[in-house]
Design a protein around this ligand. Structure first.
Ligand code: FAD
Length: 158
């Protein structure tokens, strides 16, 4: 690290021993309905996961897009708007929560067997069509076409 970024020296000096470090822990949680009375939950407050798929920030932005759409379509009925918001995001959130939970076992569990399977087979399988396209869609957050569902515009060239 010092070779890449010498300014980090004082922070490294503060780490005297392993126990002074705070270990990251991830928790999966998914709210059944990400809304209450006049209250909407977006992002990690509605659904948190380990960061295997790198989709947490995107999911939060999609939630915000869905909430915008729901409020636009039900401007005078807040409870209907919130129910609509929950419905718009349900399938995509559940799919990604399930995929993230599944990938966590391979990437960050205490298992000795699963990482072995990952190292030996996944890289080989990932090259066999349609796996490359499927994996690209998973890590782009594109499964179930959330952009189309939420009437968002794709950036040019995507
Ligand atoms: C190690 C790690 C790596 C990750 N890598 C990626 C990645 O590569 N790509 C990706 O898309 N996502 C990644 N994520 C996930 C991503 O960071 C989160 O999903 C995303 O930040 C969720 O956004 P959010 O706005 O819902 O919550 P947060 O970003 O947690 O924002 C919540 C904010 O609320 C504030 N807050 C909390 N309580 C209160 C209070 N009582 N009053 C006022 N403010 C309060 C907090 O200080 C915080 O600023 C990663 C997460 C981790 C932990």
């Amino acid at each position: 690290m010092l070779a890449h970024w010498p300014d980090v020296q004082p922070y490294l000096d503060a780490i005297e021993d392993f126990p002074v470090m705070t270990l990251a822990r991830y928790a999966h949680h998914t709210m059944t309905v990400p809304a209450g009375e006049a209250l909407a939950f977006v992002g990690d407050s509605a659904h948190s996961a380990s960061p295997q798929l790198g989709q947490g920030a995107n999911m939060a932005l999609l939630d915000a897009g869905a909430l915008h759409l729901a409020l636009r379509d039900h401007p005078t009925d807040l409870s209907r708007a919130l129910a609509h918001y929950a419905k718009l995001r349900r399938g995509h959130v559940r799919l990604y929560q399930a995929l993230s939970a599944m990938f966590t076992l391979f990437y960050q569990s205490d298992s000795r067997v699963l990482p072995l399977i990952r190292d030996l087979f996944v890289s080989a399988l990932a090259k066999v069509p349609p796996a490359p396209q499927l994996l690209a869609a998973i890590v782009a957050g594109a499964l179930l076409s959330p952009i189309k569902t939420l009437e968002l515009e794709k950036p040019p060239g995507v």
